[in-house]
Ligand binder design. Structure first.
Ligand code: ZN
Length: 253
């Protein structure tokens, strides 16, 4: 079984279609999403349509929550983007498609299981909102210990937009340190972040996602170039979306 794991789309249609086209060429059996379909980006409605059509299931991220219910702990740009995003869904409330979209968003899960893997957007402790940062492996061993205590075997998370593997040592390995592939072994329990499709923050603007191959016992990390300039232009053309949200995409931060 090969499962594509995508996360943090953030209304970036160009990145999402590029990733889904790549997935179509990689002998993948199913696609799942770790949340944050919405927020920041210019095409939230189209991204929800695609995720609903292509993913077996999706989790609820803090930006999905923010657009659906209430933006909490957001900076001014993210809060304004959340209100703008919600308005895009409210434009056509009588349309059958709009009703279907709201139903899909209303059913997003907070956590889910994928074989031996727990899947959450943020962390097992606070599934929607807690960040597990790469530097936590060095600076916050107590936090990492408490988080690993909640994981039976392995876990997938999104939320930081930084791809890589946390081991229970604790240690963090970016994909480059692993040659792009992590192989499971008996000794280690791991928390894996596939990175962000629509807003990478590891200084690399390319879309990021992962494929879990359960038969081979590995996870491969993939990066893909997409038309980031077009997305930045779309963001710059929408007054409610702060220009900075487009600028950061170009730099992957
Ligand atoms: Zn996110």
């Amino acid at each position: 079984m090969r499962t594509a794991i995508i996360s943090d789309i953030h209304g970036n249609l160009e990145a999402l279609t590029t990733v889904l086209a790549d997935i179509d060429n990689r002998n993948v059996d199913r696609v799942i999403c770790l949340g944050d379909i919405l927020g920041y980006g210019p095409d939230p409605v189209e991204c929800v349509e695609l995720i609903a059509a292509r993913c077996e299931w999706s989790l609820l991220g803090n930006h999905d929550y923010g657009a659906l219910y209430e933006p909490t702990n957001f900076n001014a740009a993210a809060e304004q983007a959340a209100y703008w995003t919600r308005a895009q869904f409210n434009r056509e409330t009588n349309d059958e498609d709009a009703v279907r979209r709201w139903e899909f968003l209303g059913k997003l899960r907070v956590r889910s299981a994928l074989g031996n893997f727990l899947c959450v957007h943020g962390s097992p402790r606070r599934p929607i909102n807690e960040y597990i940062f790469p530097e936590d492996a060095i600076n916050s061993p107590v936090k990492m210990g408490q988080i690993f205590d909640l994981v039976d075997k392995h876990c997938f998370v999104g939320h930081t937009h930084v791809p890589g593997v946390f081991t229970n040592e604790p240690e963090f390995y970016p994909p480059a340190d692993l040659g792009g592939v992590y192989r499971f072994n008996e000794e280690e329990r791991v928390i894996i972040n596939p990175g962000s499709v629509g807003q990478p923050r590891d200084q690399d603007p390319r879309a990021s996602y992962a494929i879990l191959d359960e038969d081979e016992g590995l996870v491969e990390f993939n990066r893909l170039e997409y038309d980031v300039e077009t997305v930045a232009k779309k963001i710059h053309a929408i007054p409610e979306l702060n220009n900075w949200l487009g600028d950061r995409l170009l730099e992957g931060r």
